[in-house]
Design a protein around this ligand. Structure first.
Ligand SMILES: Nc1ncnc2c1ncn2[C@@H]1O[C@H](COP(=O)(O)OP(=O)(O)OP(=O)(O)O)[C@@H](O)[C@H]1O
Length: 315
């Protein structure tokens, strides 16, 4: 369904002394129809940048993105517009996707009108909206309200209805429930799972919360400083983490208190993965005896078991 190959992204910052920051350093993964790939990693490692790049809301510096076999980086604007409707992004703040001056009904039908898929005010349009709100669990009375007049959970449901109107095949959900109460969070996560099953969509699910990612994902990719350092079946990655950074992430959810105590000592004895440099060959690799020949100067994913890949790091 979706395939990312060696994605790189740099931003230029600074007004006078222009400086390039490399945020994505060569990210590759694939997601199949009906599958969820969870993406976790510390704040600032590049998750949201990757989320926006994959649905082409941000330009790439280099690399390729294939959607249903089509190379998105070489599509013309008109073709890209058609394809983009099949790839949708859900963000943390549902309000950002809902125009505050429009009633929920109009917010939901707007994409249909833009793409000429329904005539404004027609019976057909009304029937589509009624079906969509039934799928996402909104009530007809919500349709006549503005986004500020509904709750966060209801707003996220309205965003889902709006997105589903275009029958997407791939959804990138970037922290879609992090602003919601725990009980509402569970409802929206279950709803996301239900509609995925119903429409066989592929998800890239981005979150800080490993428990949420474990619940949602078939596979998990762990990002660290712009690289995917470990990727595999969720249970394998979480129950048998191999890369030191993944281990520390998993330890943090199992015992957050212990992790806090440990992190206060961290400054003095920096763990190996914090010294990971791009410009040197690694000296130790979990699965590769010929480290220097195979790993070269960049951390590369090595296969540990079928489907479970881990990057090299300094041991
Ligand atoms: N437009 C931009 N210009 C310059 N730097 C940027 C820009 N967008 C993001 N960055 C930088 O890129 C890095 C990655 O940002 P990104 O938002 O992708 O991280 P993240 O992993 O999603 O973090 P968080 O979990 O906190 O949302 C950060 O250091 C950020 O400051």
């Amino acid at each position: 369904m979706i395939k990312a190959e060696n994605l790189k992204k740099s931003f230029t910052t600074g007004i006078f002394r222009k400086r390039q920051i490399e945020v994505l350093k060569g990210v590759s993964f694939e997601i199949q129809a009906g599958e969820t790939l969870g993406l976790v990693g510390e704040s600032g490692c590049g998750k949201s940048t990757l989320a926006k790049i994959i649905v082409r809301l941000l330009p790439l510096s280099s690399g390729k993105i294939f959607f249903e076999g089509k190379d998105l980086t070489s599509l013309k604007t008109s073709e890209m517009q058609k394809t983009r409707s099949k790839m949708q992004l859900i963000l943390q703040h549902p309000e950002a996707a809902l125009n505050p001056r429009m009633k929920i009904y109009d917010c939901i039908v707007e994409p249909l009108r833009i793409h000429g898929l329904a005539e404004k005010g027609s019976k057909e349009e009304r029937a589509i909206v009624e079906k969509l709100i039934e799928v996402v669990g909104l009530q007809p009375e919500h349709l006549t309200r503005y986004s500020k007049e509904i709750s966060g959970g209801q707003a996220q449901r309205a965003v889902l209805a709006r997105i589903l109107s275009l029958e997407p095949k791939f959804i990138v959900a970037d922290e879609p429930t992090s602003m919601l109460d725990v009980s509402v969070q569970a409802q929206i996560l279950n709803l996301l799972k239900d509609i995925q099953k119903k429409f066989n969509m592929a998800y890239l699910f981005v979150s800080h919360d490993l428990e949420v990612v474990r619940w949602m994902s078939d596979r998990i990719a762990v990002m660290y400083k712009g690289n995917i350092i470990e990727i595999g079946r969720s249970e394998k990655v979480l129950e048998n983490p191999i890369h030191p950074y993944t281990k520390s992430l998993v330890e943090n959810i199992v015992n957050p208190l212990k992790a806090m105590k440990k992190s206060s000592k961290k400054e003095k004895t920096s763990p190996a993965f914090l010294d990971w440099k791009d410009d040197a060959a690694c000296s130790y690799c979990i699965s590769c005896p010929n480290v220097h020949q195979v790993c070269g100067s960049k951390p590369q994913l090595q296969e540990v078991e079928t489907g479970h890949h881990v990057a090299c790091w300094f041991g």
